[in-house]
Write a new protein. Structure first.
Length: 189
């Protein structure tokens, strides 16, 4: 009789353990443990040629949409000689201010040359995501370059990213035309 009670007790214990394990394994992770875009892309600037979405059904869906839309190479709009670039910057911590500084550097030749700097204003204090856009002009920045974008606040880098601006390089014929005046000056010397 004691052996039968012991066997029943062990079976009940095993069944309870199996049920508890099934409940724990089948339960979704708590909201705090789910990895949202702020954690996935923390400290990064993601770039695109299209406007980024501002919401999605879930943090995982938003993260997937950002990844799908991100680009590294941007082709020049030949009609205007410009590049329109949309960005989503994900900060590691909420920003307790309403303004950040955006700096663009040419890093093509492994040196950093600043090309542009502009202010970006936020909607509210405490934001961790900044979604905006900017336009680059060929005559200001050139063509076929690798650029780095950095969001700064009081000299501290909050997020950064790299991208390339591509287009048709200037073509030179190698032909030089001298005016009569130019040739007279060279003959006099």
């Amino acid at each position: 009789m004691v052996a039968l009670k012991s066997l029943v007790a062990r079976r009940a214990g095993v069944c309870a353990l199996v049920v508890l394990l099934a409940i724990v394994v089948g339960r979704p992770a708590p909201a705090a443990a789910q990895k949202g875009p702020e954690k996935t892309f923390a400290g990064k600037v993601i770039l695109s040629d299209k406007r980024f979405p501002t919401y999605a059904k879930s943090p995982a869906a938003y993260t997937a949409a950002i990844k799908k839309q991100s680009k590294l190479n941007f082709q020049e709009d030949k009609a205007n000689g410009t590049w329109k670039i949309h960005f989503a910057a994900f900060l590691k911590q909420p920003l307790n201010d309403l303004e950040v500084l955006i700096k663009l550097y040419d890093v093509t030749n492994r040196s950093q040359t600043m090309l542009a700097s502009f202010e970006q204003f936020l909607d509210t204090r405490g934001q961790r995501t900044i979604i905006s856009s900017f336009k680059l002009e060929r005559k200001q920045v050139g063509v076929n370059k690798e650029l780095m974008i950095i969001l700064e606040y009081r000299g501290r880098s909050l997020a950064s990213g790299r991208f390339r601006i591509l287009g048709e390089a200037e073509k030179f014929s190698g032909k030089v035309d001298f005016s009569d005046e130019d040739t007279k000056k060279s003959n006099e010397d």
